[in-house]
Design a protein around this ligand. Structure first.
Ligand SMILES: Nc1ncnc2c1ncn2[C@@H]1O[C@H](COP(=O)(O)OP(=O)(O)O)[C@@H](O)[C@H]1O
Ligand SMILES: [Mg+2]
Length: 346
């Protein structure tokens, strides 16, 4: 079997903990996730704000180095890629961020952020060829080049700007797009079309997606597998049907109980189901949270051991694992096995 395209194994990221900042904040604890080389997949990373989703995305994109564990592209640690492999990684693994305004420079026409990556990665193309590529990219996301090019960012709607970002990611013929809350800043009326565009890109071009969201409904609609994060820890992972229709972790159960399925139309945080809002606790610090289950504070099933040691991910069913002592007879999984479940493999 060939090495996975992109893989996190027990990836860990802490912030702080320096001389002046003794408390370490663990933003991501032991996350394992794989994007196979031979099969396009759609993996959702879901969790409420502050659960570590963006940090995990940045680890996968090589924007941030892990403080433990490993992140590899085609079998090589990102920090050890040589110049050629690093260039290939930068081309094949693309990002779409939450707020496209951070990418656009207000003084440049929107053509600029589209031209720059093409010039960098395909220097041999003629002007006309570059232009053609950009037009194709815009058309692929449902934008008309003649109505888009030559404009300034503020002259376009939020939905158009976000589509340009998707087009920009597409220009380089990537194999994975990591989309971090790509529709959370977009009007509700446009969300569906942007998500449908991403889904179509996956189907028609065989591009894998890592779809990051705080919204379980769209995660369910778009993805095959899901990682549910709570305060840096992956608490449940596997087949999206299993996780959403019959959640095993008490945290996922709480989340799912607040969205009526299958006609799920409500969003997290918008409905009346109250998930102990006052105790949206501090993220775990190295001293306390990580030594126990971060959810123990809010969990109706918490047992003394939950506060002592963080529960490992155990295989509760064929396609899914949960990190919970309620399933003490289930098999503890290795990082490789967890990574396998993350993409629907073995
Ligand atoms: N550069 C950073 N320095 C310090 N803390 C950070 C940094 N980036 C993220 N964090 C912290 O890590 C935790 C997870 O953040 P993040 O990954 O952005 O979560 P999410 O995307 O799920 O909202 C938060 O507590 C956040 O404050
Ligand atoms: Mg985020």
């Amino acid at each position: 079997m060939s090495a996975p395209l992109l893989e996190a194994r027990g990836a860990h990221r802490a912030f702080g903990g320096g001389v002046f900042d003794r408390q370490q904040l663990v933003a991501v604890a032991d996350a394992s996730l794989v994007i196979p080389a031979d099969k396009p997949v759609v993996v959702a990373i879901a969790g409420e704000s502050g659960s570590g989703k963006t940090t995990l995305a940045r680890l996968l994109l090589g924007i941030l180095p892990p403080t433990g564990g490993s992140v590899r592209y085609q079998g090589t640690e990102l920090s050890e890629l040589d110049a050629k492999a690093h260039q290939a990684f930068r081309r094949q693994v693309q990002a779409v961020f939450q707020d496209p305004f951070e990418v656009f420079n207000p003084f440049y026409r929107v053509d600029h952020p589209l031209m720059v990556p093409i010039a960098k990665f395909f220097p041999g193309l003629s002007r006309a060829e570059r232009r053609q590529r950009i037009e194709e990219g815009l058309q692929a996301v449902g934008l008309r080049p003649e109505e888009t090019l030559g404009r300034y960012p503020h002259q376009l709607s939020g939905g158009q700007r976000q589509r340009i970002m998707v087009a920009r990611a597409l220009l380089l013929n990537p194999r994975v797009i990591v989309a971090d809350e790509p529709v959370s800043m977009v009007d509700a009326s446009l969300r569906a079309t942007i998500l449908e565009t991403l889904s179509r890109i996956h189907r028609e071009r065989g591009i894998s997606l890592v779809y990051i969201t705080h919204d379980l409904t769209t995660a369910y609609q778009l993805s095959h597998t899901i990682l549910v994060m709570y305060q840096g820890a992956v608490v449940e992972v596997g087949d999206v049907e299993q996780v959403i229709k019959a959640p095993k972790h008490p945290y996922t159960q709480l989340l799912v109980s607040s969205i009526p399925l299958p006609d799920a139309t409500r969003r997290w945080g918008e409905d009346a189901v109250d998930v102990a809002p006052s105790s949206v606790a501090e993220p775990p610090t190295a001293e306390d949270g990580v030594s126990g289950c971060a959810f123990a504070e809010r969990c109706p099933h918490a047992m003394p051991r939950c506060r002592k040691q963080r529960p490992p991910l155990v295989q509760t069913d064929a396609g899914r694992a949960a990190a919970c002592y309620l399933y003490e007879d289930a098999m503890v999984l290795s990082e490789a096995q967890v990574a396998g479940l993350s993409c629907g493999g073995q």
